[in-house]
Design a protein around this ligand. Structure first.
Ligand code: SF4
Length: 263
C-alpha cells in the first residue's frame, strides 16, 4: 500500500503526450514556493476549512490523501491505454517526493512497465541512492529539480542542504540517459544571475549536456496556502516578465545547455 494525494488524468503538461499523473504524498523538503503544500506531510490529513461563500462560520471537513494498492492504480492507468498509445504519452509519478515511498514506487513502476507504458519520475533528488538505483530499470525519464547551488541558500528556502541532491544527480547521469533538469524560477531566490551562472557552471561538467527546463514562477498555489492555513512566504512574489525569462535563458545557454521554458 502507498499514500497518494491525487491522480490527474489526461495530463498534457507532465511530460510528452497524454499522461496519467499520480501524486504520492510526503516530501522531505519544505520549499517556500511549493505548489502542492498539502503533499508534504506523508500522513493522510484532515482539514477543517471555511465553506466557500458561506459567512455563517461553518467549516467543512476535507481529507487529503488516501491509501491505495498498486493493483488498484494499475487498473486505473489501464483504462486510458488507448490515449497513451495514440499520443506517445504514459504515466508520470510526481509528488511530494515519490522516492519517499520507495517500495511502493518501485512496485508501481514495475507494473506500469509490464503494460509497456512510458514512465516518468519527477523528483527533488533528495533520497537515498539505493532507492534511485532500484527504480532506474523501470524509469524511462527522470524530471530532476535543481533549485539553488549555494548550500546555505538551499537550506534557507527548502529546509535541507543540497549535497545529497547533487551527489545523486552525478550518479544518475552515469547510469541513465534521459534526465531532464528542471529549475523552478523563484524571484530573487533561484532566478538570480549568480544562481543561474552557478547552475550552468555545475551542469556543464556533464557530457553530453542535457535538456534544461525553466519553470516560471506561478502564483496559483497561493489559494491553497490560504485555504489550508499554511504560512505563505512567497505571497508578494511576482511572475517573471518575458524579458526576465529571456535573460535567464540566455545565461544558461552560455553553458551550451538546451534551454526550454515550461508553461
Ligand atoms: S520538493 Fe517539490 S513537493 Fe517537495 S516541498 Fe519542494 S516543491 Fe514541494
Amino acid at each position: 500500500m502507498g499514500v497518494i494525494f491525487d491522480i490527474k488524468k489526461f495530463a498534457v503538461h507532465d511530460g510528452d503526450g497524454i499522461r496519467t499523473t499520480i501524486f504520492l504524498k510526503g516530501c522531505p523538503l519544505n520549499c517556500w514556493w511549493c505548489h502542492n503544500p498539502e503533499s508534504r506531510n506523508p500522513e493522510i490529513e484532515e482539514f477543517h476549512i471555511p465553506q466557500s461563500g458561506n459567512h455563517s462560520g461553518e467549516f467543512k471537513r476535507v481529507t487529503i490523501g488516501r491509501s491505495v494498492k498498486v493493483s488498484d492504480l494499475l487498473r486505473e492507468i489501464e483504462k486510458d491505454i488507448i490515449f497513451y498509445d495514440t499520443s506517445g504519452g504514459g504515466v508520470t509519478i510526481s509528488g511530494g517526493e515519490p522516492l519517499m515511498q520507495p517500495r511502493f514506487l518501485k512496485e508501481l513502476l514495475q507494473g506500469i512497465k509490464e503494460m509497456d507504458l512510458h514512465t516518468i519520475v519527477d523528483t527533488s533528488g533528495y533520497a537515498q541512492w539505493k532507492h534511485f538505483e532500484a527504480i532506474v530499470p523501470y524509469t524511462d525519464t527522470f524530471f530532476y529539480d535543481i533549485k539553488v547551488i549555494d548550500c546555505d541558500t538551499h537550506v534557507t528556502h527548502t529546509g535541507v542542504p543540497n549535497d545529497l541532491i547533487l551527489e545523486n544527480l552525478e550518479k544518475l547521469m552515469d547510469v541513465h540517459q534521459d534526465i531532464r533538469i528542471r529549475i523552478p524560477l523563484i524571484p530573487d531566490v533561484t532566478d538570480t544571475e549568480k544562481n543561474l551562472h552557478d547552475i550552468g557552471q555545475y551542469l556543464s561538467q556533464f557530457k553530453p549536456l542535457r535538456r534544461v527546463y525553466l519553470i516560471p514562477f506561478n502564483p496559483l498555489a497561493k489559494a491553497k496556502y490560504q485555504r489550508f492555513g499554511y504560512p505563505d512566504k512567497v505571497k508578494d512574489f511576482q511572475v517573471q516578465s518575458p524579458e526576465k525569462l529571456k535573460e535567464c535563458t540566455d545565461i544558461l545557454s552560455t553553458y551550451n545547455l538546451n534551454v526550454f521554458i515550461e508553461n
